[in-house]
Design a protein around this ligand. Structure first.
Ligand code: HEM
Length: 221
């Protein structure tokens, strides 16, 4: 599968669609932090996800594996593309009719990777330490407060870095989602339009969540 161009594209497409499913559920869960109930629903879902053995020990490792496969294969494809451009007789001007997003998937991908490293350091690592290193007692009501404090402490610079990453995520999705479906043989017009819509709605949702918590906590402090 790794040796054929179609096989490599299919691996990219399947891991991409898998990450899109994760992203959708991640957005929906985080959107519950906007409900004006003092974090009740958000705490309930976060506690369930954070303590359910299937989520923690099966889905989470699969997710991390999916992220790694997508990034490693993306880098490998980029190297192969660059090599074939160098050996090709056709001079590549980088200015075909293709969009900026489609020509710069590696750039938007590397920004998302950098974001993920920062995001893991902000949220995931402290959570793992809290549960599996320090073995703190279970507290079902801490998640909402922790989320708000993190956006407050990160300041405007962190908010800016998050929002820039979400814009680049949107550009990555605007080409990546429809391209994944195309590799899987799905090419209908309305679906393509739906993928473009998704690429706007999802990053916009994340921008609203991050900005909301930053501004609310800054005003209240
Ligand atoms: C405002 C936006 C976001 C917020 C508030 C947020 C919040 C969180 C929180 C609280 C966790 C820790 C979950 C836990 O382990 O208990 C987490 C983990 C994670 N986030 Fe985000 N996230 C945001 C955006 C994103 C985006 C855009 C991506 C992907 C591009 C992403 C990818 C991940 C991944 C891969 C994990 C680790 C897996 C997991 O524990 O579920 N997040 N996020």
């Amino acid at each position: 599968m790794f040796n054929s161009s179609i096989g490599r594209k299919l691996i990219m497409a399947l891991s991409g669609v898998f990450l899109i499913v994760f992203l959708t559920q991640h957005l929906v869960i985080n959107l519950t932090s906007l409900i004006p109930d003092n974090g009740k629903v958000f705490n309930f879902i976060s506690h369930f996800m954070g303590n359910n053995p299937v989520v923690q020990f099966i889905l989470q490792p699969i997710l991390i594996l999916g992220v790694m496969i997508h990034f490693i294969m993306g880098m490998y494809l980029e190297v192969l593309n660059r090599r074939s451009r160098q050996t090709s007789y056709v001079v590549y001007s980088g200015k075909s009719g293709a969009s900026w997003a489609s020509r710069n998937m590696i750039i938007s991908g590397l920004v998302i990777l950098s974001f993920l490293i920062m995001h893991f350091y902000d949220f995931w690592v402290p959570e793992m330490v809290y549960k599996y290193v320090e073995f703190n007692p279970l507290d079902e009501n801490r998640y909402f407060h922790e989320l708000q404090e993190k956006f407050y402490k990160g300041g405007v610079v962190k908010l800016f870095l998050y929002c820039v990453s979400f814009v680049l995520l949107g550009l990555h999705l605007s080409h990546g989602f429809s391209s994944s479906l195309q590799s899987m043989g799905i090419t209908r017009g309305p679906i393509k339009i739906a993928t473009k819509f998704f690429a706007i709605i999802v990053p916009a949702g994340f921008i609203i969540i991050a900005s909301f918590h930053y501004f609310i906590t800054t005003i209240n402090h």
